[in-house]
Design a protein around this ligand. Sequence first.
Ligand code: NAP
Ligand code: ZN
Ligand code: ZN
Length: 347
Amino acid sequence: MLTVNAIAATSATAPLVRTTIERRDVGPHDVLIEIRYAGICHSDIHTVRGEWGDIAYPQTVGHEIVGRVTEVGAEVTRHAVGDRVGVGCMVNSCRECENCEAGQEQYCLNGNTGTYTAVDRDGTITQGGYSTHIVVDQDFVLRVPESIPYEAAAPLLCAGITTYSPLSHWRAGPGRRVAVVGMGGLGHMAVKIAAAMGAEVTVLSQTLGKREDGLAFGAKDYYATGDPATFDTLKNTFDLIINTVSAPIDMNSYLRLLRLEGTLVSVGAPPEPLPVKVFTLFNNRRSFAGSSIGGIAETQEMLDFCAEREIAPEVEVISAEAVNEAYDRVLKSDVRYRFVIDIDTLR
Ligand code: NAP
Ligand code: ZN
Ligand code: ZN
């Protein structure tokens, strides 16, 4: 066992604190990663505050992880000491069910093993990336291209893949009108990726405050959802809407913005139900869908796509001490556009 520095939540309401956690010994198929940067995803906040259900404390979260391999197990073939690697939202799956066999480990029928709050194969609860080191099975470790700035690579492991996967599945591309609702961590990556795929992108944000940024990320249009006129102007417009909002919003108002056979995909994950009127779906034969992260092969494809197209998240690098303040700012939609913890400040 390796004892390493970490940041953990001790209850749903207390601030996160510095602590130590245990990492398992490096097994034959494992790699030991010295973590350099860890992104702060809104899911980390939903989780530690118990919004998605009760969890066991203390709990370390963080599933946007980049670092270097410092040790490999005897049978590891995919990674070598010194490699620049990443770990996202899952660290294992059953590898046998039809979804795993289809390369969709995120939808493992036996439940994928989440990077945090999941029961690991040794019975312990998995602990995430706000820590100096992590031990992960080689098959769930991604290669991070050297051309992506180190600190900016971290958010790709969740925000990047969670938006790339539905954009790719629902064919964002030339001639397709795509709207992105909410321009935070996921939303700003959705704008950049959809634009790089060739789609015509519109941002739907609460205010026009981030309009210039949205246009610089590749959006063609930008509307305030706080202005009711937006919902009239944009009726029957989009082929695809990606909802990244962390709070409940009125889905019916957004569904009406879909044109014939358009799809609204929610990746935003508020704990409350999002009621949908079937008659809104009948019009234009609309679809309402959800999407969860992406498979391992698809995550690698996304990293390579971002490297090739020179797409990177906009990050604000913070020290370990600033995590609680960063959480407060994320909750106020005051993030431009992803906080990333410099893990060297935890050593
Ligand atoms: P984030 O950085 O906080 O961004 C969310 C954005 O939603 C905010 O920046 C804001 O954008 C908008 N927003 C927030 N509160 C709102 C409200 N009350 N009404 C309207 N708009 C509001 O969060 P994130 O890290 O991108 O995560 C977004 C959501 O996706 C979270 O629920 C997270 O758990 C979920 N998630 C899901 C998956 C998956 O696999 N499906 C993966 C990762 C994250 P504007 O300021 O532009 O309005
Ligand atoms: Zn996440
Ligand atoms: Zn499976």
